[in-house]
Design a protein around this ligand. Structure first.
Ligand code: NDP
Ligand code: MG
Length: 387
């Protein structure tokens, strides 16, 4: 029987967060939940905190703290808000599920790494924006980063038992998103509802739009570079619409190892939560005979310029990935709020990359400064777009 581990869930009310909670409920003997966090979904946060017996619940929106206190009255769970409380949550357990969306997750992830924790990392934007600052902190502090993103989790599994110098390249698979077969002209007219309707995966709104623009795969390219220490030219992207092969590793002898499974985030989440063991999930078993056909295509960076922008930001290095990520976050939020069109997202990111000339970040504070500048730049660009 597995020994129980302490677990904190950052972003507990989101898509990854609730899948994590579902798995914890299936394996209560494995986890002792210490802390949960959310941005605004105060009732869902309080319910989950009571259900799991967490000792700390952190809400980002401070106006909701009285409501959280009221909901937790009589329980053993303390309600809190603010950066210090978020860091406290992030360091309260041996295992931290980092499932906040966006750069907002960076500081708590860094706090967990500084405390030498094991971080199950879903929050790819933190690694994209802070890159080597984050991986250096993990190495220095003896922390472990376990990839939860399905592609990176697949690669992590395909690397087990092999030497890193024997890896020839990584192949990140991509479903191609809901607009895989749309023309550029058709894509320009797409609404937020159409963009978030992913063919294979059920996810939060931001990553769903990122999948539609394919910026998600661009962010994942940068994520893979930092997690697996390979140069960009040795990380390929391959369209695979069925999302059955979650990614592959090619070795110097020509062998290719792949990880397969049904497209259900509970599989990579469970892998990270149970690592180095495994635990059962209710995910549908892979039935290859009924799927019958797996297909592959080259990605099209004409129709999906985000792929080209992310690759060049990674090659340029310095502040570029931070600018790319911040500009994308603002542009996606504006698209979801119907303030800009679908095609404007990549266009704004490209213009921000050209406009922000910051020096390479050396600390989290530098990253957050560049992040702010890029966000302001995109907001200004949107004002001129609207004029
Ligand atoms: P969701 O939008 O569903 O959930 C995000 C979570 O973060 C919620 O708990 C939300 O709280 C909280 N949150 C949002 N903004 C802030 C903030 N400013 N400060 C503190 N907490 C905040 O996102 P997903 O679960 O889809 O994605 C989470 C991360 O995992 C992302 O980085 C995404 O790229 C990555 N990922 C997700 C996958 C998926 O299948 N969903 C697959 C692979 C990676 P509230 O609910 O109160 O708003
Ligand atoms: Mg992914």
């Amino acid at each position: 029987m597995a020994v129980s581990r302490t677990l904190a869930i950052l972003g507990a009310t989101g898509s990854v967060g609730t899948s994590t909670l579902d798995l914890v409920a299936l394996h209560p003997e494995r986890f002792d939940v210490t802390a949960l966090t959310a941005a605004t979904q105060v009732d869902a946060l309080a319910d989950a905190a009571i259900r799991t017996g967490a000792k700390l619940a952190v809400i980002d929106d401070e106006t909701l703290l009285p409501r959280l206190r009221e909901r937790l009255a009589g329980s053993n769970c303390r309600a809190a808000t603010g950066r210090a409380a978020l860091s406290e949550a992030a360091t309260s357990a041996d295992l931290v599920m980092a499932a906040i969306v966006g750069c907002a997750g960076l500081e708590p992830v860094m706090a967990a790494l500084a405390a030498g924790r094991t971080v199950a990392l879903a929050n790819k934007e933190s690694l994209v924006t802070a890159g080597a600052i984050m991986t250096d902190a993990a190495t220095r502090c003896g922390a472990t980063i376990l990839p939860v993103d399905s592609e990176h989790n697949a690669i992590f599994q395909c690397l087990v038992g092999n030497r890193s110098q024997d890896v020839a390249k990584l192949v990140l698979t991509a479903s191609g998103g809901p607009f895989r077969q749309k023309s550029l002209a058709e894509m320009r007219a797409m609404t937020p509802e159409q963009a978030v309707a992913h063919p294979n995966w059920s996810m939060g709104a931001k990553i769903s739009v990122d999948s539609a623009t394919m910026m998600n795969k661009g962010l994942e390219l940068i994520e893979a570079h930092h997690l697996f220490a390979l140069p960009p030219e040795r990380i390929d992207i391959l369209i695979h619409p069925q999302s059955v092969i979650h990614s592959m590793v090619e070795y110097v002898d020509g062998s290719v190892l792949a990880q397969l499974g049904s497209p259900d985030m509970r599989i990579p989440i469970a892998h990270a939560l149970a690592w180095p063991e495994r635990m059962a999930t209710p995910a549908a078993r892979l039935d290859l005979a009924s799927i019958a056909t797996l297909t592959f295509e080259q990605p099209d960076s004409e129709r999906f310029p985000a792929l080209r922008l992310a690759r060049s930001a990674l090659e340029e290095g310095g502040a570029a990935p931070t600018v790319l990520n911040a500009a994308n976050e603002i542009a996606v939020a504006a698209f979801l709020a119907r303030r800009i069109g679908f095609g404007d997202i990549a266009a704004l990111v490209e213009r921000a990359l050209g406009a922000v000339g910051a020096p390479p970040p050396r600390s989290v504070a530098d990253v957050l400064d560049i992040d702010r500048e890029a966000r302001d730049t995109v907001r200004q660009l949107m004002i001129s777009l609207a004029a």
